[in-house]
Structure formats: C-alpha cells, structure tokens
Design a protein around this ligand. Structure first.
Ligand code: PXP
Length: 239
C-alpha cells in the first residue's frame, strides 16, 4: 500500500477567497486522517496565499499521523519549521507568480546552501525531503546533500497521461525512483495525481512509498465529502 498524504492547501484557498473562517483546512485534515490518510501536507508560501501561520500551528497540535510542511529553503521558513517541528519538511522551489509549484528544485548548482539548510532541519529532528524532477542527476545530487527522501515530480506524467508521451514520462519516474531507493532515500511522488492517473503509478512505481495529493482530492470532496474522497483514493492506492 502506498501511503497517502493529503494536501489541504486548497481548502484554505477557498477560505482565503473571503478572508473568513471557513472552510477550515484543519477540519479537512482531521476528516482525511479519520478516513485513513497517513499524513497531511501543507505548503506555507511566502505570500501566504492559502495556508496561514496559524493553520500550521493548529495542525501541529491536531495532526496525529505525519505533518509534512512544504516550503522554500529560505531563512524565514527554516526558522518557522524549527519552531513548529513538522515531522517532515519537503523543500520546494517557489516563485510568486506561479499558480502552483511548477518544476522540481534544482539541487545541482545550489548544493552547498541546500546542504546547510538540510542539516539545520535534521539537527532539529525533522526529516527532509526534496521535491525534484525525475532526473538522475538531481537524484544523485539529493543523495550528496544527504536528503532523507526525494519527492519525484509527477506533473509531466500527469500532463502526458493517455498521450504518446505517457510511457516516456513514466519511465523517467521509474528510473529516478529506483536510483533514489538504491542510494538509500525514501521515495515519494506528487503533483497532478488524480483518480484516473494514479493506477499506473501504483502498478509501475514500485519504489514509491508515499504520494502527496491535493487538488484532485479537494475537488472530489466537494461532491462526496473529504472522508469519502480520501477513501476512494486509498482504494486505488492499495497494491
Ligand atoms: N507535492 C508538491 C511538492 C506540491 O508542491 C504539490 C502542490 O502543492 C503537490 C505535491 C500536490 O499537487 P496536487 O495539488 O496537484 O495534487
């Protein structure tokens, strides 16, 4: 069974549309956990467009499984992570103008700075994952900077789903995942995964131990509720 971490950012996106109190991403996280999710993911962005600092504090109190904080490797975010102590930090690239995280983190070329950030977080007892494209040189660089895990960007596979490019993109994921596992890192996957494209990843991505899924589960939850949306995804994740 691949573990499922449910990203509740977009529950906060709806709340922030009115700058009010509802819907509450913390309530969504509790529903997701009760339905069987193994973790909760939130991205505290520099511009605070969805998740707010208070959400993270309350989630730290409430989440009983594993809290994954996605963040840029900035001084501000590192000090917030050390104060909050999520179970896992996933370092992601961040651009203000992007709609969502667009590409993986470029580890090659900023190894020294990243290694410093990673060891600071690890010394605080936080497991560190790097969100990278399915590229072998990025996997090797992730091992060199001593990341505990890599999260392989599945967005290009998701976009290529049911097109001629699909197999190529899947092969990239499989190759990156097996190298990461061989180098001793835990392998996660995420971005653009949904109820249609997850099946092939489950069948072929044997090294992937955890997926982080947000948009499709939050979208489905509008029609069936969060708990049922999570249960439907969990059924697809069971091998
Ligand atoms: N993993 C990472 C690193 C992300 O930045 C995101 C999007 O916030 C996700 C997973 C989830 O992607 P989606 O919302 O497309 O499921």
């Amino acid at each position: 069974m691949i573990e499922l971490s449910v990203n509740v950012d977009h529950v906060a996106t709806v709340r922030e549309a009115r700058k009010g109190l509802e819907p509450d991403p913390v309530a969504a996280a509790i529903e997701a956990e009760v339905a069987g999710a193994s973790g909760i993911t939130v991205h505290l962005r520099e511009d605070r467009r969805h998740i707010q600092d208070r959400d993270l504090r309350v989630l730290r109190e409430m989440v009983k499984t594993k809290l994954n904080m996605e963040m840029a490797a900035t001084e501000e975010m590192i000090s917030i992570a050390i104060a909050i102590r999520p179970d896992l930090v996933t370092l992601v690239p961040e651009k203000r103008a992007e709609l969502t995280t667009e590409g993986g983190l470029n580890i090659v070329g900023q190894e020294e700075a990243l290694q410093k950030a990673i060891s600071t977080l690890q010394e605080a007892g936080i497991v560190v994952s790097l969100f990278i494209d399915p590229d072998l040189s990025q996997v090797q660089a992730s091992a060199r900077v001593r990341a505990n895990c890599v999260e392989i960007h599945t967005g290009r596979y998701a976009e290529a789903f049911r097109s001629l490019q699909e197999e190529l993109e899947m092969d990239r994921i499989i190759n990156a995942a097996s190298l990461a596992a061989k180098l001793g890192m835990r392998v996660h996957g995420g971005h653009g995964l949904n109820y249609q494209n997850i099946g092939k990843l489950v069948d072929k991505g044997k090294e992937i131990q955890e997926v982080s899924i947000g948009h499709s589960i939050v979208a489905r939850s509008l029609f069936v509720g969060m708990a049922e949306a999570v249960r439907e995804m969990l059924r697809l994740l069971s091998r």
